[in-house]
Design a protein around this ligand. Structure first.
Ligand SMILES: NC(=O)c1ccc[n+]([C@@H]2O[C@H](COP(=O)([O-])OP(=O)(O)OC[C@H]3O[C@@H](n4cnc5c(N)ncnc54)[C@H](OP(=O)(O)O)[C@@H]3O)[C@@H](O)[C@H]2O)c1
Length: 225
């Protein structure tokens, strides 16, 4: 399938490689492709800039947000959740029909000098905000509750850990589920309509605290029953 990833950060990079490894055609979307490809400055975590990373890859297309919205049969939102709606406006997401958008983003309030610890949504969720602003899209919330390296490689943590999906369109969730199964996910929990994104996004509050305790060792939630 043609899959577009909106976002040039760690999540966009990891998911681009994970989907490409499964044989999908990939376009990464960014504000200014020419600027992104020459951006070699390390990010806040000391990781290579997007340009350094991208120049070492082959077969991944890069385009504007709008080019990516047009290219993909499936769109992945891997942008900073605080700017997602602006990104989708820039991408003219209202003009691309009923494409599936898998939202892996979180909307986190930055904290000066430390890791974000607060959610920017007091009520509702980013998933719902996207669905309301772009009713043409079929939004599925998923993969936002784990470290980026696990998203396309669940075997990175021991055992059968859990991933959630929430969205209004059952066909879109079935497509998302198939993509997750292809990555190796087995415990895929359907939380119902897009309002389920509220619970999923609230998991960030505990996830961030766990990250503070566990550090960068990969970990994930497992729902035991
Ligand atoms: N890191 C993780 O392990 C993890 C796990 C689960 C979920 N998430 C979520 O995944 C998402 C992506 O995280 P990330 O760390 O890879 O990237 P990020 O730094 O949160 O976001 C990077 C993207 O946001 C875009 N952006 C920033 N400001 C913008 C603006 N004013 N207008 C338009 N676009 C703007 C950037 O555009 P340019 O390309 O143009 O610079 C870039 O593509 C976030 O929502 C994060 O919370 C992260």
């Amino acid at each position: 399938m043609k899959i577009s990833i909106l976002g040039t950060g760690m999540v966009g990079q990891n998911l681009a490689l994970a989907f490409a490894a499964k044989g999908h055609d990939i376009m990464i979307g960014t504000r200014d492709p020419a600027a992104s490809v020459t951006n070699t400055a390390p990010n806040a975590y000391g990781q290579p800039g997007f340009g350094t990373w991208y120049q070492a890859q082959s077969g991944l297309e890069l385009g504007s947000y709008h080019q990516a919205m047009v290219f993909g049969e499936i769109i992945i939102n891997a942008t900073n959740g605080l700017v997602t709606l602006e990104v989708l406006k820039q991408g003219q997401a209202d003009k691309v029909g009923s494409k599936i958008l898998i939202d892996v983003a979180n909307k986190l309030q930055p904290v000066a000098g430390g890791m974000p610890m607060a959610l920017a949504n007091d009520e509702g969720s980013l998933g719902e905000e996207i669905q309301t602003a772009f009713p043409n899209l079929r939004v599925v919330k998923s993969l936002s509750t784990m470290n980026t390296h696990i998203m396309g490689n669940p075997a990175l943590v021991a055992g059968d850990s859990s991933v959630f999906i929430a969205g209004n369109d059952s066909d879109a969730k079935a497509v998302t589920r198939a993509l997750l199964v292809d990555f190796g996910w087995t415990d895929i929990i359907d939380l119902g309509d897009i309002k389920g994104a509220r619970g999923v996004e609230m998991m960030m509050a505990i996830w961030l605290r766990l990250w503070g305790v566990i550090g960068n060792t990969p970990f994930n939630f497992k729902i035991v029953r």
